[in-house]
Design a protein around this ligand. Structure first.
Ligand code: PMP
Ligand code: GLN
Length: 384
């Protein structure tokens, strides 16, 4: 058996959701909204399921969805993508990530990653034979440090994995940071795998900037998106990959033997949804920003230190000084004694360098957030 997997614990999201069920807790751990998602998009999927094609769709995705993806990114991010040769549909961003890492890494290649990192990255890199070079970003700003980058990049670096906006820190990389990354990728001839699943969930008037749009990056970027995040439908697992045609030919070879295709009815519905007018995206962001503010101010009133959240469905609290050994101990006490599930951020730091942050998902209706706040009363004031 492969040691990458035999030594791997169950993902923290599954573990915390299981604990939430056991303790009948409010689940602010795993990131999923309790909103059912846009009714028209779901209706479109239901119609396609009943009346449409339910056999294998084309391997690269339905032409209608690939065209919708290209039109969507032209409209929202100014990218010019050829739907025929530069867009592929995958079963979620996770498949896109796995496929890209398998396709681009040769055993022994070095891969630069940032911590905090989404928990799938490291095992996927290792299974592909990559040698991880991790740059740890520190709270509260999670900014890039050029000296650390210079130490991580070298002649054997082949791939950079970038998650922007960044889960779990809820931060956006600054334009200067992106420019720096583009310089390093071009200088070292590195391909960037950009996990941009949170690109639409950005707040306070910020705009997501794709690394692919920076000078020198168009031919060396694999951009990954997810309909699950755009439409608050995390169970759908419809992802998309955008890359230059030459790169895409290789990415398609990995996809053809991972999942080959993705349910056609869901693809139909996502194609419809991507064409929604700008006001829909603005309302979606405004709704989540209001939920963020409700949870953040409630937590501050209870005495918690809340870090800024510029994007995603998450905010972090700093639990240093609250009398717990670490974030894992805090989360175990919070779910078992207070009935609120959260995610210890150390799960995203393979080097264990940050152990005092706890991530909470605010993509919930007000009543759910209020119940969680009520249950957390007193936790910041004394032992949880
Ligand atoms: N990358 C990041 C950074 C994520 O936060 C998530 C899910 N929350 C994924 C990838 C997985 O996306 P999908 O469900 O489309 O596979
Ligand atoms: N990406 C989601 C999160 O950050 C969870 C995905 C999962 O459960 N694998 O919470």
């Amino acid at each position: 058996m492969n040691p990458v997997f035999t030594t791997l614990p169950t993902t923290v999201f599954e573990t915390m959701s299981r604990l939430a069920r056991t303790h009948d807790a409010v689940n602010l751990g795993q990131g999923f909204p309790d909103d059912p998602g846009p009714a028209d998009v779901r209706e479109c999927g239901a119609r396609a399921l009943l009346d449409g094609w339910n056999q294998y769709p084309p391997m690269m995705g339905l032409p209608s969805l690939r065209e919708a993806v290209a039109a969507h990114y032209a409209r929202h991010q100014g990218l010019a993508l050829d739907p025929e040769t530069e867009v592929m549909v995958t079963s979620g961003a996770t498949e896109a990530l796995a496929g890209a890492l398998l396709a681009l890494i040769e055993p022994g290649d070095e891969v630069v990653l940032f911590a905090p990192m989404y928990d799938a990255y490291l095992p996927l890199v290792q299974r592909a034979g990559g040698v991880p070079r991790i740059v740890a970003l520190q709270p509260p700003a999670f900014r890039l440090d050029e000296a650390a980058l210079a130490a991580a990049f070298g002649p054997r670096t082949r791939v950079l994995v970038l998650n922007n906006p960044l889960n779990p820190s809820a931060t956006l990389f600054a334009p200067d940071d992106l420019a720096l990354l583009a310089r390093y990728c071009t200088r070292f001839d590195v391909t960037a795998i950009c996990d941009e699943v949170w690109e639409h969930v950005v707040f306070d008037g910020a705009r997501h900037q794709p690394l692919m749009a920076l000078p020198g990056m168009r031919e060396r970027t694999v951009k990954i998106g997810s309909a699950g995040k755009i439409f608050s439908l995390t169970g759908w697992k419809v992802g998309f990959v955008m890359a230059d045609a030459q790169l895409m030919r290789v990415l398609a070879k990995a996809h053809q033997f991972l999942t080959f295709t993705t349910p056609p009815n869901l693809q139909d519905a996502v194609a419809y949804g991507l064409a929604k007018p700008d006001v829909w995206f603005e309302a979606m962001r405004a709704g989540y920003a209001a939920s963020r503010d409700r949870l953040a101010s409630g937590l501050r009133d209870l005495g918690f230190r809340v870090l800024p959240a510029q994007a995603t469905w998450f905010l972090n609290i700093d639990i240093a000084g609250l009398g717990h050994a670490d974030d894992v101990a805090f989360c175990e006490a919070l779910v078992s004694r207070h009935g609120v599930a959260a995610i210890p951020v150390s799960a995203f730091y393979p080097d264990g360098s940050v152990r005092s942050l706890v991530r909470l998902c605010f993509a919930k209706v007000d009543a759910t957030l209020d119940t969680a706040l009520e249950r957390m009363r007193g936790v910041a004031g004394g032992a949880a």
